[in-house]
Write a protein that binds this ligand. Structure first.
Ligand SMILES: [Zn+2]
Length: 460
């Protein structure tokens, strides 16, 4: 039916109908009724947002897809699917448009977007003093079912926890390279890499993180921010299981009462890494013991890998507000500790900064990526609760004033500027291992082939 045909039958003009059709004029109820009765339908049906048929739905979707800026930018003709346009071709067009939109979305997860998402999440955690009570509750409930009372959570307890949520832990050496663990939902199995060090504690954390996805009801992440939030949540859950809140707060409270808080003691009590222990302290010290603090993981060249603060210390940031990959002041304990001869024990230091004086305890170590330092720091007034407060090491930092440790002394610059040619290193982006290709970078084919190998024909 042409607009003319319909206009004649409904007692109006084609131009009036065209105005309504293009959304330039609101139709009167009487016109709607006339159009409805002419088309042999009801006004309710006419106003329903649901397409009347699959074919109509496809036509509408194609029209919308072709009206986007993304499509216009391609300079391709706009297709008007008339009656003779095959439904099959319509399906193909719409399918291509959907894929185009999905790829455009995936491409938005550029490193800069990722940095913004990381920063937003860090600030969100900071507002909560790095404490997530709902996840603590889930962890507490699951740990309680193993009969845990104190000390390090055993591998056996972790297996029991998996059991409680309906999974068996299986170690294999052929996990697809794009995955850390694979969960077989059909047969209730969690596949993990083999233990590289028998009895090593790293795998408890990995297993707990896999369990966490299940316990916290995670779905396929819809964006990079969502993916990141899930990562933070499973890490938090694993930490809350390995260092259960009640026991951890009790031990920290006792140490504080003795004025003997120490990351190393907390670490050894629960058999976790220094990094994990220090981060766990940021979850609990503010929320339960009223101490504000900061945490830093820094590379030997001063690059900040991870950081958290709610005590006012000024972490270096880039223009997007991201801290990862920035360089911390040379005077900070995180860097000064590398110069120490005895790296087996913690290094203590007071640092005067424009934001006030902070006391820090730093432990250095070496990983596959090189040497690193882990620091926990508090404002001057809170140092009295910590072991190492009596240190006489005190350095001054004026960063972000470039004259602090970035700009050379005037005499040096004058003498060397005409005779020096530094060849710049390409900035090694901390977030370079971001997923490439389709989000979130998991090779699905490899995962399905892996499951078929381990549970052939059983997945239905
Ligand atoms: Zn500095």
């Amino acid at each position: 039916m042409t607009l003319d045909d319909l206009g004649r039958a409904a007692g109006t003009t084609a131009s009036q109908l065209s105005l309504v059709e293009n959304g330039r004029r609101e139709p009167r109820l009487s016109l709607l009724e006339a159009v409805a009765s002419t088309l042999g339908t009801t006004t309710a049906e006419l106003l329903s947002p649901e397409p009347p048929s699959r074919r109509a739905a496809l036509e509408i979707e194609l029209e919308r897809a072709q009206s986007t800026g993304t499509y216009a930018s391609l300079g391709l003709p706009v297709v008007r699917p008339g009656k003779s346009f095959p439904t099959e071709a319509l399906e193909a067009f719409v399918g291509l448009h959907r894929e185009l939109a999905r790829r455009a979305d995936a491409a938005i997860a550029t490193p800069e977007e990722a940095r913004r998402a990381t920063t937003a999440l860090r600030l969100w955690m900071r507002e909560r003093d790095n404490y997530l009570p709902e996840i603590e509750d889930e962890a507490t409930a699951l740990v309680a079912r193993t009969g845990y009372s104190s000390g390090a959570l055993t591998h056996r307890a972790v297996s029991q926890m998996a059991d409680h949520v309906g999974f068996r832990l299986i170690h294999v050496d052929d996990l697809p390279h794009s995955t850390r663990t694979v969960t077989d939902l059909a047969n209730g199995r969690i596949y993990l890499p083999p233990a590289s060090i028998p009895g090593g504690h790293g795998l408890r954390s990995l297993a707990l993180q896999a369990i966490a996805h299940r316990v916290l009801g995670h779905r396929d992440p819809t964006s990079y921010a969502d993916f990141l939030r899930q990562r933070v949540e499973i890490n938090y859950f694993a930490s809350a299981c390995l260092m259960p809140r009640e026991q951890a707060v009790a031990r920290l409270g006792e140490a504080k009462a003795r004025k003997d808080l120490a990351v190393e003691d907390f670490r050894d009590l629960f058999g976790v890494t220094h990094d994990a222990a220090a981060q766990r302290m940021t979850n609990l010290l503010t929320s339960h013991l009223g101490l504000r603090l900061h945490f830093l993981r820094v590379g030997a060249d001063g690059t900040l890998f991870k950081g958290y603060e709610n005590d006012g210390v000024r972490l270096p940031t880039d223009t997007t507000g991201a801290i990862e990959g920035q360089v911390v002041c040379r005077a900070w304990a995180s860097r000064a500790a590398f110069a120490q001869h005895d790296r087996a024990t913690e290094y203590y230091q007071y640092t005067d900064t424009p934001e006030g004086t902070f006391w820090c305890t730093t432990q250095t170590g070496t990983a596959t990526g090189g040497a690193f330092s882990i620091s926990v720091g508090v404002p001057f007034a809170a140092a009295k609760w910590f072991r190492g407060r009596e240190t006489t090491t005190r350095l001054a930092s004026r960063c972000p004033d470039p004259a602090c440790c970035r700009r050379p002394e005037p005499g040096l610059a004058e003498r060397w500027a005409p005779h020096a040619w530094p060849s710049a290193a390409v900035h090694a982006h901390v977030l370079s291992p971001l997923p490439t290709g389709t989000f979130p970078g998991v090779d699905e084919g490899a995962v399905y082939a892996f499951l078929e190998r381990h549970a052939p024909g059983r997945t239905g």
